[in-house]
Design a protein around this ligand. Sequence first.
Ligand code: CA
Length: 229
Amino acid sequence: MATKVLVVEDEVNIAELLRLYLEREGYEVVTAGDGGKGVALFEQEKPDIVLLDIMLPVMDGWQVLKEIRSSSKTPVIMLTARGETEDKVNGLESGADDYIVKPFDGKEVIARIRAVLRRYGGTEQDSGKKLTFDNLVIDMEAFELIIKGEHVDIPPKEMELLYHLASSPNRVYTRNQLLDEVWGFDYFGDSRTVDVHIKRLREKLEGVSDKWSLKTVWGVGYKFELLAK
Ligand code: CA
């Protein structure tokens, strides 16, 4: 049975974006546009996890969380606006399991959901989004980059870009393809963004292995190249 996610969010665009991301990953999604409906749907649908906005009509996210916690330990991830640091603390103290700062990144949302569900144990299947190369592990499940056995901090977009390239070794991607496929429709930048991210990735990956490399294909774009011995 698919993992069921309840999204409580009054901004229709955000709710639909979340639905898109989640359904693409095989989750079943139910949405509520205000806090009251959120509580009602929670009781009716018995979701495996809840994504809960804070500023909501009828009943705000904190009240919804309180209602949920009065009867259930179902994991709840709060959706907060950027800079609401107090909200984060408040959220975690009042029984939320994690928080995601808006504007969020689809892959980060998925990674957070997986991490929280894993903590609760068992309802989540391993989708195997983990790539392993010589001295390099790109783990999209845990959103972790491991170089020579060491965890390396990496911004989400760099991680996604690396994962995208390394998922199809030796395939050449143009900058525009990468912008489309990694940054997606919510992005309004230009192809230099790709170059900047590649440059930062190279700084992290330089000299790590002689079996693969992040290569520029002049006049075309980039590829993750596996080198024959
Ligand atoms: Ca809202």
